[in-house]
Every structure is written in structure tokens, then in C-alpha cells.
Design a protein around this ligand. Structure first.
Ligand SMILES: C[S@@+](CC[C@H](N)C(=O)[O-])C[C@H]1O[C@@H](n2cnc3c(N)ncnc32)[C@H](O)[C@@H]1O
Length: 285
């Protein structure tokens, strides 16, 4: 039976030959997951022999990864905003860049704000905001029941289930009319990849993540085009609309928010790579 060091070297080699750039890291994450230890423990005890049943589990995980399944779907977990989120193939794996937007909102949202997360997926945005803004009232909307199930479970595990209303709705259609003009923040990370580009994405994304979480129609802005109309009615005066977008969509998305309606205050925020990634705008007062 191989030691930790030997198994890691072998697995990294298999993953590298499948074209995975992060082969060694992925092998470590998968072995740590199977052995239920930290990655640091793997280094400290790298002469430890891996028991047979664990070795079988590890080899199965490596085989899945070598078919380009994302690590997070294999482990069933992804960290976002320092919180452990359950994920499965019904939800997009939360991306680190989305944390930039969530942090931006947390820094600015005062007490007792009403927040709507449109296209909640795993609940990454809604659950993080509920955790870090303990007085906020939050609505989490998705068109996918399976995604809402994951989001509800994440909220329950992280102790904020009672503070979030989950709603199966297309965009803001199901938001009660009583909330019109009362919402302080609408945050949306909706599908924004142009349809023709979905199949060009990395196999981890195009073959494993749900296309309802990726495909944003012809130019990628199909859903945002519709969202901004109702968002204006739902937002309170002075409320914020915050949208995540793809590279190259700044101009197209800006055009959906005309100055005569929304005012001049459009801001473009960058992600960790310095790319335009978010548009935020405040409904004029
Ligand atoms: C890009 S994922 C974002 C998930 C999560 N907010 C995040 O940042 O990790 C987009 C989500 O929007 C949902 N969605 C797609 N079309 C929708 C629609 N018309 N109304 C509401 N949600 C929609 C998808 O089911 C998916 O969960």
C-alpha cells in the first residue's frame, strides 16, 4: 500500500496527463478530503501508509477529477466568504470574484436592510449576507427548485435559515407587490455567458455546471435586460442594483441602465484580476 507521499505523486501525474494545471493541489485536496485531515497534515505525516479502503476512495476521486469533474463537486463543498457551502451539480460553484461584490455590499449596507439575491444558486450571496449582516431581511430567488433546495440547506447549516425567504421565481416576478419600492439592495449574479460561448468554456464548466446557471442568451445579457425593468420598480429610492457580468459586457450592460431613468451614478467595479466584473447603480433620489 502506498504512503501519502507516493499516492500524491502518482495522482498528480495522472491529473497532469489529463491536462489539469492544478494537478498537485487537486490531488492534495482530494486526499485530505478522503482522509478527513488538513492539507498541512498530509505534509506532516507524508510517510503514513494509506489504508486500503481510503486508497480505493482516493483513486475513485482522482478518476472523477481526471474526467475534469470540478474538485468541489467531488468533495461536495466550496468555501465562500470563509463559510463552507454545500454544492452539487444542480448549482454553480461559487466563484471567489463574487466575494468582491458581497464585501462591497457588506461595507455599505446599514442596519435592517431589505436585500434580494436574484439567481441565488447555492445561496452563496444570500447566506453570506445573512451571516455578516445579522439585521438584514433577505429574499433568495431562483428559477431552479433543485438549486433552492441546496440554498435552503446551506442556510440551515450556517444558522440563518429563519432570516431568508426562499422563492421559486423567474427574476423578480414572484416578489410580492407589497415589496415594491421597499427593497434596499438587489444583487444578481445571473447567467451571463453568451449562448455560443458556453461550449468553449473549460470542460469543468461546460460539461459539469448547470447550463441554466451559465447561458445568458445571444449576447449574454438576456436576463439582465429583463431584470433591470422590474428592479427599478422594486427598489426603494436610493436603493442599489448590483450586477455581476462577464468581461466585455460593461458597455452593453451600461446601456441597459439609461441615465434619464437611473441617474448618473453608475460604477464599474473590478475583480481580483483587475477586470471589469460588476456594475452597481443607485436608484436616483
Ligand atoms: C451564475 S449562477 C449564480 C449562483 C450564485 N448566485 C453564485 O453567485 O454563486 C445563476 C443562477 O441563476 C439562476 N437563474 C437562471 N435563470 C433565472 C431566472 N430567470 N430567474 C431566477 N433565477 C435564474 C440559475 O438557476 C442559477 O442558480
Amino acid at each position: 500500500m502506498p504512503t501519502v507521499r507516493e499516492a500524491l505523486a502518482e495522482a498528480a501525474q495522472v491529473l497532469r496527463s489529463s491536462g489539469i494545471d492544478t494537478a498537485r493541489l487537486d490531488a492534495e485536496v482530494l486526499l485530505a478530503f478522503v482522509l478527513k485531515v488538513s492539507r498541512t497534515d498530509l505534509y506532516v505525516k507524508n510517510d503514513r501508509v494509506i489504508p486500503n479502503n481510503k486508497l480505493r476512495e482516493f483513486l475513485a476521486a482522482v478518476a472523477r477529477r481526471s474526467r475534469r469533474e470540478p474538485v468541489a463537486y467531488i468533495t461536495g463543498e466550496k468555501e465562500f466568504m470563509s463559510l463552507p457551502f454545500l454544492v452539487n451539480r444542480k448549482v454553480l460553484i461559487p466563484r471567489p470574484e463574487t466575494e468582491v461584490l458581497v464585501e462591497w455590499v457588506i461595507e455599505r449596507a446599514g442596519d435592517s436592510q431589505v436585500i434580494v439575491d436574484v439567481g441565488t444558486g447555492s445561496g452563496a450571496i444570500a447566506v453570506s449576507l445573512a451571516t455578516y449582516l445579522p439585521k438584514a431581511r433577505i429574499w433568495a430567488v431562483d428559477i431552479s427548485d433543485a438549486a433552492l433546495e441546496v440554498a435552503r440547506e446551506n442556510a440551515a447549516r450556517l444558522g440563518v435559515r429563519e432570516r431568508i425567504q426562499f422563492l421559486n421565481s423567474s427574476l423578480l416576478d414572484g416578489i410580492p407587490a407589497g415589496l415594491d419600492g421597499k427593497v434596499d439592495w438587489i444583487i444578481a449574479n445571473l447567467p451571463y455567458i453568451p449562448s455560443a460561448e458556453v461550449s468553449w468554456l473549460q470542460p469543468e464548466v461546460s460539461q459539469y455546471e448547470p447550463h441554466t446557471a451559465l447561458d445568458g442568451g445571444g449576447d449574454g445579457l438576456y436576463l439582465y435586460r429583463e431584470l433591470v425593468i422590474r428592479a427599478y420598480e422594486v427598489l426603494a429610492t436610493g436603493g442599489w442594483l448590483c450586477l455581476e457580468m462577464g468581461t466585455g459586457q460593461t458597455e452593453g450592460l451600461t446601456k441597459l441602465l439609461p441615465e434619464e431613468r437611473w441617474g448618473e451614478g453608475i460604477q464599474v467595479l473590478q475583480d481580483y484580476a483587475g477586470l471589469d466584473r460588476f456594475i452597481v447603480i443607485r436608484k436616483k433620489t
